[in-house]
Write a protein that binds this ligand. Sequence first.
Ligand SMILES: C[S@@+](CC[C@H](N)C(=O)[O-])C[C@H]1O[C@@H](n2cnc3c(N)ncnc32)[C@H](O)[C@@H]1O
Length: 209
Amino acid sequence: MQHKPKRSRAIALPRAEFRARATEYLDFLAAWVQKPRQTASVVPSSRYLARLMVAQIDPTDGRVLELGGGTGVFTRAILGTGLPPEKLEVVEINPAFARGLRRHFPNVSVLETPAQIVSTAAAGEPGTYQTVVSGLPLLAMDRHVHYDILSESFRMLQPGGSFVQFTYSMRPPVSRDVIDALDLNVERAGQTVRNFPPATVFRFTRRDA
Ligand SMILES: C[S@@+](CC[C@H](N)C(=O)[O-])C[C@H]1O[C@@H](n2cnc3c(N)ncnc32)[C@H](O)[C@@H]1O
């Protein structure tokens, strides 16, 4: 009797990619053990969530700011839109993550500054950025910090620009009084279960845009 070779449904990752992913997961877990509130997740976001986060980026338009770069899942997706690396700045306060981002994305500028005061370190002029992509753990921050982060972000955004944020809840991670105080609109821009935990993406824009 002839034996048919068994078909495997598993898709093997090339060894280098597997090692890179494993390192990324371990780095993330180590950061969470040291600073659980600042890191706020035990694993990096998925590429499915990353795709939703960058969907509105136009590579021919203005600069992009990423807040809370971590191990670079969103950074990779932002560059994947075709945006030139010199138009991207990534803000990350964890020095180990900042070092990793500089190593993986040598042409992207990495700012080791709290997102609350990003305008003091950003290279581009205020009012010239098309999008702020935020991976910050807003649910672990209070409303005063939300106010500072959103007002700094909108200082940097061009008219019509948007602040994109994911959260593990179905509701926006910013309270109504902060949204009203800054004269913003918020809408749901997408959702995915292909992330741990499942995530929702919200887009904030100025009401007068
Ligand atoms: C939930 S992780 C997201 C990382 C990555 N964007 C992802 O989705 O996998 C949050 C990241 O924000 C960074 N972070 C937290 N607070 C910050 C702050 N105030 N300013 C800048 N980065 C901050 C953390 O160090 C961490 O890398």
